[in-house]
Design a protein around this ligand. Structure first.
Ligand code: E4P
Length: 218
């Protein structure tokens, strides 16, 4: 499973990219708005930092408008992926961009039938939002499992991008049910790397090393 960072903040991207674990980045209009800078500049800088796929979302709601925005965004860098909403207009734009060889990420997916439509439209990625389903007392990971099963059985090439993941457990569960990609905020990367036994074990090893070195000098 590939790991993407869900942010538009360059400092977070540079930090997590430095860990050597990052395959790409996803952004959305909400995340971009937090940066208070021109969207094209944000995407350009992220693409300079990260070699993998970087999702940039259109905000037009009609197909022609989406295609116009997609053309501008795709011109920023070769690794830009055009993020489109799972609407009839978004599906139509997805099909046209796919036919032109532009990568796409169909977002705001909340059901398996929606995911099938994204695959039929030739999406590179479809993004089911697990956390937002959990928020309304549905089972987000069960949806990711269902979509992964359907895509495997049917041989769809669209990758399942588990989105709206809120915890390390979400990430492990998404991997276990066959998601191709998980996108998560920097906070969850930090939670994933931490374990109290790692900290305690390292402290003990370093203390024992000091005792060992002191014994050699004695
Ligand atoms: C994915 O591409 C979305 O940007 C993101 O995962 C949404 O997460 P949220 O539901 O925590 O806002």
């Amino acid at each position: 499973m590939k790991l993407f960072l869900d942010t538009a903040n360059l400092a977070e991207i540079t930090e997590i990219n430095g860990w050597g674990v990052l395959d790409g980045v996803t952004t959305n209009p909400t995340l971009a708005g937090k940066e208070k800078r021109a969207f094209a500049d944000i995407i350009r800088e992220i693409c300079d930092e990260v070699g993998g796929d970087v999702s940039a979302e259109v905000v037009a709601t009609d197909t022609d408008g989406m295609l116009r925005e997609a053309t501008e965004l795709a011109a920023i860098a070769d690794n830009v992926v055009i993020k489109l909403p799972l609407t009839p207009a978004g599906l139509s734009a997805c099909r046209q961009l796919t036919d032109r060889g532009v990568k796409t990420n169909v977002t705001l997916c909340f059901s398996a039938p929606q995911a099938i439509l994204a695959a039929q439209a030739g999406a590179t990625y479809v993004s089911p939002f697990a956390g937002r389903l959990d928020d309304i007392a549905n089972d987000g990971i069960a949806l990711i499992a269902e979509i992964a099963d359907i895509f495997r059985i049917q041989g769809y090439r669209t990758e399942v991008l588990a989105a709206s993941l809120r915890s390390p457990q979400h990430v492990a569960q998404a991997a276990a049910v066959g998601a191709n990609v998980a996108t998560l905020p920097a906070k969850v990367f930090h939670q994933m790397v931490k374990h109290p036994l790692t900290d305690a074990g390292l402290e003990r090893f370093l203390a024992d090393w000091e005792v060992y070195q002191a014994s050699l000098e004695a």
